[in-house]
Design a protein around this ligand. Structure first.
Ligand SMILES: N[C@@H](CCC(=O)N[C@@H](CS)C(=O)NCC(=O)O)C(=O)O
Length: 210
């Protein structure tokens, strides 16, 4: 059997879970290279050639190298789940899909991370805005919706959903019913379980956000 084209560079118990989960949802073969961030392996000269930011995850697909979770999500879903996990270019869902993808690390992740460190920024003059605004935007949007785009599960639910899921688990997002119900739907997915079992060894780090 030919070696998989895709390699995922991941570290246990890290944001690389997101890319792992998406690969599981897509059902494409991939191999995993561990870059242990707790041992500083993300700063090795070899890894910095792939991702100069020295962060996980990174994927390679043949000669293509992609880092940053939303970019990995958009790339993989277009290439391996176009029309299923990724709305097509002429699909009206494509715009909101891209917006939630980008929102995941342009807004949600930095806002949650700063909030966890007890740094609350004002809503005005800061590109990602205030914590309360983000909570309101997400819980208002998800109220009455199964997934970010309605009834349809897409790669945006993996990329932003993973952030929401772990923030609820870490209690850095409040258990608003719309968020908690959404998270329950995500954590019941088989691919979510396969990814958390593989990347979040409970004996080392405690249970993942499920
Ligand atoms: N913006 C990046 C964030 C990735 C990230 O924060 N990765 C963390 C692990 S959760 C990391 O590699 N940390 C190691 C370090 O900062 O040295 C993405 O969306 O992929």
């Amino acid at each position: 059997m030919a070696a998989p084209r895709i390699t995922l560079y991941h570290s246990p118990a890290s944001r690389a879970f997101t890319a792992y989960w998406l690969l599981e949802e897509l059902g494409v073969p991939f191999k995993v290279e561990t870059v242990d961030i707790r041992k500083g392996e993300q700063k090795s000269p070899e890894y910095l050639k792939l991702n100069p930011s020295g962060k996980v995850p990174t994927i390679t697909d043949g000669k293509v190298v992609v880092s940053e979770n939303p970019a990995i999500g958009i790339y993989l879903a277009d290439r391996y789940g176009y029309g299923s996990l990724a709305p097509k270019l002429d699909d009206p869902d494509r715009g909101p899909y891209l917006k939630w993808m980008v929102y995941s690390t342009a807004v949600a992740d930095p806002v949650i991370t700063l909030h966890a460190q007890k740094i609350d920024v004002p809503g005005f003059g800061v590109s990602f805005g205030a914590y309360d605004d983000m909570v309101r935007v997400l819980s208002t949007h998800l109220k009455g919706r199964k997934y970010l785009l309605g009834d349809r599960f897409t790669a945006a639910d993996v990329v932003l959903g993973a952030t929401i899921s772990f923030a609820l688990y870490n209690k850095t997002l409040p258990p608003e019913p719309a968020l908690a119900d959404y998270n329950t739907r995500l954590t019941h997915r088989e691919a979510y379980h396969r990814a958390s079992d593989a990347t979040w060894p409970a004996h080392l780090f405690g249970p993942a956000g499920n």
